[in-house]
Design a protein around this ligand. Structure first.
Ligand SMILES: Cc1cc2nc3c(=O)[nH]c(=O)nc-3n(C[C@H](O)[C@H](O)[C@H](O)COP(=O)(O)OP(=O)(O)OC[C@H]3O[C@@H](n4cnc5c(N)ncnc54)[C@H](O)[C@@H]3O)c2cc1C
Length: 337
């Protein structure tokens, strides 16, 4: 079924809540949304779903939204895909935005495909760039494809809305402007909309060094060159000293040295830190696909021919068990100075 594109207008972003606060990715998305809305000359809307979220709506306006659609209810306190997707699709049916974007977080990646299927429209996941083809009034969605070897440009010419998820940290947020004015629209949903087949039992935080890798500014990542899981302590120590997080190749995960939530790559997470330090990682295309948007890459590998050096800004040919302790020593000396 084709949705009539002329009936759809405006850009929407999905706001995300974490532990009662708006998550930083929501502001990054607004920066993308504002850019697209200005190019199309349309309004920028943002949706926020949760409990006690009404007071937070103005923060989205200060960061670029013209309208914020607020849906709050104690039953919506924690993310669950079925009520959230029913509410979102209902709102999209009612207001008909031409573009709807979410962050490529666990929430965005779970919710958007469900909504796209319900709305019978296309979805481009994990974009690193968004733009507008002004002549055709179409969203240009750019994302790595074929294991990160090419950048694909994707359009959704017929069905609406045009939907994408965007990698966290692919754009910085706009500065806070408390003089911005906008409209806050509270929408009520009850009954069937709040029903869920999923019952939340508990939330267990994983014990780990630093922020989740998708949010981290600095990542120290390990590969099979680490030789044994017990050697993870040098990676943890370096990450801790740098105020960063620990990442891993799939081999390190498959060997049981570290949990899957740390895996960077095609079948793991996409990360965009300011600094990525790859330790004993060969640089397979599937790994590079997850870290190619890192700002600066340092590779430490004993094999001078390792592919990781082709993706690195700085390379150290050497044994990680010699190089990392030297790094750690230097950092400790610096903090003493
Ligand atoms: C469909 C599919 C999806 C995949 N998804 C992912 C993914 O999401 N993420 C991912 O990482 N991989 C993924 N892979 C696997 C990928 O192809 C590689 O096998 C994997 O990335 C290799 O991990 P590695 O670099 O740790 O190990 P290796 O390729 O074995 O490399 C180990 C490196 O350590 C170096 N080394 C050894 N000892 C030392 C030392 N003492 N000091 C310094 N360097 C040393 C070696 O020179 C070597 O370069 C995927 C594969 C497939 C087919």
């Amino acid at each position: 079924m084709e949705n009539r594109s002329e009936d759809y207008k405006g850009i929407w972003t999905l706001g995300e809540m974490r532990e009662g606060e708006i998550h930083a990715v929501s502001y990054e998305l607004l920066a993308w949304g504002k850019d697209l809305a200005d190019k199309l000359g349309v309004e920028l809307g943002s949706i926020i779903i949760g409990h006690n979220v009404k007071d937070k709506a103005k923060e989205l306006i200060y960061r670029g939204a013209d309208k914020v659609y607020v849906i709050y209810n104690p039953a919506l306190k924690d993310f669950r895909a079925d009520p959230y997707s029913k509410i979102l699709t209902s709102l999209i049916d009612e207001y008909k935005p031409e573009i709807f974007i979410a962050s490529a977080t666990t929430i965005g990646r779970t919710l958007m495909p469900i909504c796209a299927v319900k709305l019978q429209t296309g979805l481009t996941a994990d974009c690193t760039g968004l733009d507008i083809d002004i002549n055709e009034r179409l969203l240009i969605q750019t994302r790595p494809a074929i294991g990160g070897n090419i950048m694909a440009t994707i359009k959704t010419p017929t069905s609406r809305p045009q939907m994408s998820t965007v990698r966290p940290k692919s754009k910085g947020p706009l500065p806070i402007d408390e003089s911005r004015k906008g409209e806050i629209i509270v929408k009520e949903f009850g009954g069937e909309y709040l029903a869920s087949r999923v019952k939340r039992v508990d939330f267990l935080r994983e014990e780990t060094v630093g922020a989740p890798i998708q949010d981290a500014d600095i990542i120290v990542s390990c590969g099979k060159g680490l030789k044994d899981g017990k050697n993870l302590r040098i990676i943890n120590e370096l990450a801790e000293l740098l105020g960063g997080s620990v990442g891993a190749s799939r081999k390190a995960v498959d060997l049981g040295w570290i949990s899957y939530s740390h895996q960077v790559g095609l079948s793991g997470k996409s990360v965009s830190p300011r600094l990525y330090i790859a330790c004993g990682i060969s640089g397979a295309v599937q790994h590079l696909a997850g870290m190619s948007s890192a700002e600066t890459v340092i590779a430490i590998n004993s094999d001078p021919e390792a592919d990781i050096f082709r993706a690195a800004d700085f390379g150290v040919v050497g044994d990680i068990f010699e190089v990392i302790p030297l790094f750690i020593q230097k950092l400790k000396e610096r903090t003493k100075e």
